[in-house]
Design a protein around this ligand. Structure first.
Ligand SMILES: O=C(O)/C=C/c1cccc(O)c1
Length: 527
């Protein structure tokens, strides 16, 4: 079949990853279809945590204010050892916040998903078709044909230039593509229980999130928004996961903290916590993203973040290849970097999450005591606090100019700047396309840079001490309120960064001349 595709991109799955993918593609005017088997948002929380990178993407979609009421800062996680003593603390960095948002948050998933869906439905170039099951696909040089079936067994097909499977852990798209999962060797039975706690219950509970690193039964307590509390409780040999996921089973393990007079059960489910990463993320014109491409233990609350990161990475590349907003059509080979970048990033982060899991899940009492001692600061014996965001690795491979400097592949900060109408977050003024950000004043940059920068995106100059705002075509000069960009550039010993549309640093430069060379080089890679 070779008819002109009905859509630029077809997305299977309208969960958070699918919805963000549709929103980012639709924002660029690409003809996008998103389908899902179910008609409604799942009414219970599965994800509970998101971070500043994800909130920044919601901001770029114009959704930060809509979503903010359903989010709260993540309390520090205190790790308790064999004797119930504090052995480690995982916390959020202090302000000023590097990306302009609270670095680590808890949120209520159903209303956030509903807001995302409403946003997607309002985009003129996006079609949302629900109650449709994906049954298979075929590919040719021009596109992908998706085979679909509705609830009444009625079959249909749809053509798209590219397809993305965001259809969850048991992905039918991954299955149809014959993609295998790499097992990073973590497989444990756990019970997850979400409750809504009343005043009486709240008074009995810890005032911060906790990892109970107890060899007898490792478990996690997370403070969600409002009166939402989550427990994750490891199941012991002989415990029946199906029984433990009943109300009776859930109360049997919650009893240690609260009882039915203290809270209402919202959701309880038995899971095997896995560490799985797809061996391939792209086959021809089809991609997988989110839980379809990876599953990780929850110990850092990164499950949904990983999926949104995937689609933010893929979306700007699809926009570039399909000629979204800027109209330029880049080579399809740019899309290969999606798989290379995201697979490696997910493997690295999942390995780090597994390491956290190994701390929490030590079942041998002797080894657990040794762990408790080893976690303390060797010199002072004090409990150490680790910043959650320091655990997230940078991109280490892909569409980057590493050039011997460690800045490339990191997330670039988002400063508060003096905007035309008062203080503002930089993305709200400069947009979220390619950006060249420097602390050099515009009049000290090579004239040729101003020309080439205009062909790439936005040139942002933030000289120290600048108090005003000035702008011209594809350029702006302003001052930042908190010094987060100045600090980042100083820490990396550079004067400028070239930043990709997903906010990862493409490359850095130490002066105007090397910045010009970096940008010229990039433009040759983006023909
Ligand atoms: O970041 C942390 O300290 C913990 C996050 C988290 C979120 C959800 C479920 C968990 O087991 C851990």
């Amino acid at each position: 079949m070779n008819a002109r595709p009905d859509y630029d991109v077809a997305i299977v799955g309208f969960g958070p990853s699918g919805a963000v993918a549709a929103a980012l593609l639709g924002q660029a005017g690409l003809r996008t279809l998103v389908i899902d088997r179910t008609d409604e948002v799942y009414p219970k929380p599965r994800a509970i945590a998101l971070d500043h990178e994800i909130m920044r993407i919601f901001q770029n979609l114009g959704l930060a204010e809509t979503i903010a009421p359903f989010c709260e800062p993540f309390t520090p996680s205190e790790y308790y050892g064999v004797d119930g003593q504090l052995i480690k603390r995982l916390a959020t960095v202090e302000p000023p916040y590097p990306l302009g948002h609270t670095p680590s948050m808890v949120f209520t998933q159903p209303p956030v998903e509903a807001a995302l869906r409403a946003h997607v439905r309002a985009l003129p170039s996006v079609d949302v078709k629900l109650g449709l099951r994906f049954t298979g696909l075929e590919q040719d040089d021009a596109g992908v044909t998706l085979y679909l079936e509705d609830g009444g067994g009625q079959r249909s097909t749809v053509r798209a230039r590219y397809a993305i499977g965001c259809d969850g852990a048991s992905s039918a798209v991954r299955e149809a593509l014959g993609i295998a999962l790499e097992d990073l060797q973590f497989d444990e039975p756990w019970l997850v229980v979400d409750v809504q706690v009343n005043e009486r219950g709240l008074a009995k509970l810890p005032s911060t999130s906790v990892q109970f690193c107890e060899p007898g039964r490792p478990c996690t307590y997370v403070i969600g928004p409002g009166n939402h509390r989550r427990w994750e409780i490891s199941l012991l040999p002989g415990e029946d996961p199906a029984y433990m996921a009943t109300e009776e089973g859930a109360w049997s393990v919650l009893r240690r903290w609260i009882g039915p007079d203290d809270a209402t059960l919202w959701r309880q489910a038995s899971y095997r916590f896995h560490a799985l990463v797809a061996k391939e993320w792209r086959k021809g014109r089809a991609f997988i993203a989110g839980d379809a491409a990876h599953q990780q233990p929850p110990f850092l609350g990164q499950g949904m973040c990983q999926g949104v990161r995937d689609v933010a990475n893929l979306a700007w590349k699809l926009r570039a290849v399909l000629g979204g907003e800027a109209g330029a059509h880049l080579s399809d080979s740019l899309l290969d970097t999606y798989a290379a970048e995201r697979r490696e990033h997910v493997r690295q982060l999942t390995t780090r999450i597994k390491d956290i899991g190994a701390v929490i899940c030590e079942r041998d009492a002797g080894k657990a005591r040794a762990r408790d001692a080893a976690l303390l600061d060797a010199a002072s014996g004090q409990v150490k606090t680790q910043a959650r965001q320091d655990i997230i690795p940078p991109l280490s491979t892909g569409f980057l100019d590493m050039n011997g400097c460690e800045g490339a592949g990191k997330l670039f900060p988002q400063p508060r700047v003096h905007g035309p109408a008062g203080p503002a977050l930089l993305d709200d003024i400069a947009g979220a396309g390619w950006r060249i950000v420097t602390d050099l004043p515009i009049d000290r940059l090579p004239a040729a840079l101003l020309r080439v920068a205009a062909g790439l995106g936005m040139l942002v100059s933030l000289p120290p001490g600048e108090g005003g705002f000035a702008s011209g075509p594809h350029r702006m000069q302003s001052g930042e309120a908190d010094g987060v960009v100045a600090g980042w550039l100083a820490r990396h010993g550079v004067r400028a960064a070239v930043v990709r549309p997903d906010h990862y640093v493409y490359g850095v430069a130490a002066d105007g001349g090397s910045l010009l060379a970096l940008v010229e080089n990039l433009q040759q890679r983006l023909p």
